[in-house]
Design a protein around this ligand. Structure first.
Ligand SMILES: NC(=O)c1ccc[n+]([C@@H]2O[C@H](COP(=O)([O-])OP(=O)(O)OC[C@H]3O[C@@H](n4cnc5c(N)ncnc54)[C@H](OP(=O)(O)O)[C@@H]3O)[C@@H](O)[C@H]2O)c1
Length: 234
């Protein structure tokens, strides 16, 4: 697609991968709406990016419908969803808290489903195809110690990606999955972890670059799944 024709909704665009992706796509000529739950942080990010900010929690069905409706109202239509909002939580099985597991699933799985559903309905109603990128993770490809909640949520997102792709292809809708390896963002600090930051680690910029390339391919084709690793992380 030509990014000058792109009317994009990015969930979780107030920091990290979503923020940098919004910046990259706006620089390329796209119109971009970003979401997040923290209103002050979201509006500050939107102002900086010259994006449209919509306070919305993806785990809330009414918020999700409102964010899609507002994107369509502001841009006239919507042809890209980047399903990016996500949280982490890591604990060994024997210490895993059910409420915490549910909190991760609420955003990473049920929230992604609600956003994908609202976008798909909009794309189908418009009748002009569309592009949907699910931001999964290398945690969608293999499990690891302490990863029960997070990897389960990302494996579920990968499974939904395959189902949506099978259902939506006939409508000209491209359903894609991107798997970043570790990226330097606020993701780990939000869990109280101190991330090791150095020049070998992936930045959100590398992920934004991959997303831009996936969208820019002519609509007759699409990348089903893309995984991004750091070359030699220390
Ligand atoms: N960083 C990594 O190493 C890494 C690696 C692989 C995959 N990923 C995935 O990449 C995506 C983005 O992560 P990031 O690293 O950029 O993290 P981040 O810097 O913590 O950004 C997360 C964004 O999502 C928003 N968000 C979280 N829960 C939300 C909800 N329920 N509804 C709406 N917005 C919500 C946050 O804003 P509010 O808190 O204000 O809502 C924020 O804008 C996630 O899906 C994550 O799983 C990250």
């Amino acid at each position: 697609m030509n990014l000058r024709d792109a009317k994009i909704l990015i969930t979780g665009g107030s920091s990290g991968i979503g923020f940098e992706t919004a910046r990259t796509l706006i620089e390329a000529g796209a119109q971009v709406a970003i979401t997040g739950r923290d209103e002050a942080k979201l509006q500050a990010a939107a102002e900086k990016l010259k994006a449209h900010g919509i306070r919305a929690d993806v785990s809330d069905a009414a918020d999700v419908q409102r964010m899609v409706d507002e994107t369509v109202r502001v841009f006239g239509s919507m042809n890209v969803l980047i399903n990016n909002a996500g949280i982490g939580s890591f604990a060994p099985l024997v210490a895993l808290d059910l409420a915490e597991f549910r909190r991760v699933m609420d955003t990473n799985v049920f929230g992604a489903m609600l956003a994908g559903q609202a976008a798909a309905r909009q794309f189908i109603a418009q009748g002009k195809g569309g592009s949907l990128i699910n931001i999964a993770s290398t945690a969608a490809q293999r499990g690891f110690a302490n990863g029960t909640a997070y990897t389960a949520s990302k494996f579920a997102l990968a499974a939904m990606t395959e189902c949506w792709r099978a259902e939506l292809r006939t409508h000209g809708i491209r359903v894609m999955q991107l798997n970043p390896s570790e990226v330097v963002t606020e993701f780990q600090a939000r869990m109280g972890h101190q991330q090791v930051v150095n020049e070998t680690k992936l930045r959100a910029r590398e992920i934004a670059h991959a997303i831009k390339a996936m969208l820019e391919m002519d609509d007759r084709g699409f990348v089903t799944e893309l995984t991004v690793w750091a070359t030699n992380p220390k």
